[in-house]
Design a protein around this ligand. Sequence first.
Ligand code: NCD
Length: 318
Amino acid sequence: MHLPLGDQRSGRFYGKDILSVSQFSRDDLEYVFGVAEAMRTMVRHVGTFDLLKGKILANLFYEPSTRTQSSFMAAMQRLGGSVIPISEVRYSSVSKGESLPDTVRTLECYADVIVLRHHEEGAAAQAAAAAKKPIINAGDGPGEHPTQALLDLFTIREELGTLDGLTVTMLGDLKFGRTVHSLSRLCSLFDVKLRFVSPPQLEMPEKVTKELTARGVAFSKHAKLEDVLAQTDVLYVTRVQKERFEDLALYESLKHAFVVTPAVMAKAKPKMALMHPLPRVGEIEPSVDDDPRAAYFRQMECGLYVRMALLAMVLGKA
Ligand code: NCD
């Protein structure tokens, strides 16, 4: 068994920030996924190993997170490294008014890599401009969530073998959902059809659709899931992002605009991947969980392997 792990300082991601999916070519994706597969093999065989022994990750989260935060933490620990967890910035000097650049300059004195989640779009790029060590964007407001899109794509590959030739339908809050902004951009590297289904108030931003048009991606917008469900190979459901609404009455009126139930699944293709970045707050009924097409829990596990791969790559070990 050949595992692409070990000293790779000439690696293309060594010392690099991961800010946006736009940094990745198709070739890069194959590389990341190859490393992620090796990580999975190692986790299944030995659980924890010393590839990043002595390395320290600072996990800096200005917004709530369960999966992203704990999977990065588990990823670092499974690779033998350790973590400075700052998940409650209220108890750090951020609450004294410290700026983001100063906070990351501080953490890079102690850590080798910083994972940042922040409520403002562009925050990861701002942090990267201030820091010399790699910054990994774990979500910048409604901007991007590149590591999620990478794990989403890895999951699609696991579930359906390839992305080429597929119809990927994104459902729900496409305006504020950063995961779909990243995923649709990443899909543009493949021969896919994108279908965007949302309430009119929550449509995919023009900034994203313009990029897709420029790259020649086939996409269309719809108000009803029924219009596209029968052709859909990947149904990617998102939560309506309550925290980004100024008008909570509007949120209340839209929060359950789309709910995936067994009745919806009955009209979908027999071979389909139902995905969700999670957390779900009512968009997919728990009664769907036992459907073999429900891939969201498997998707979550893929996050560990992809994040292990990314950490090893930016630290020159894959
Ligand atoms: C997503 C996020 O934070 O953007 N969560 C995650 O990282 N899995 C999706 C969401 O919060 O709705």
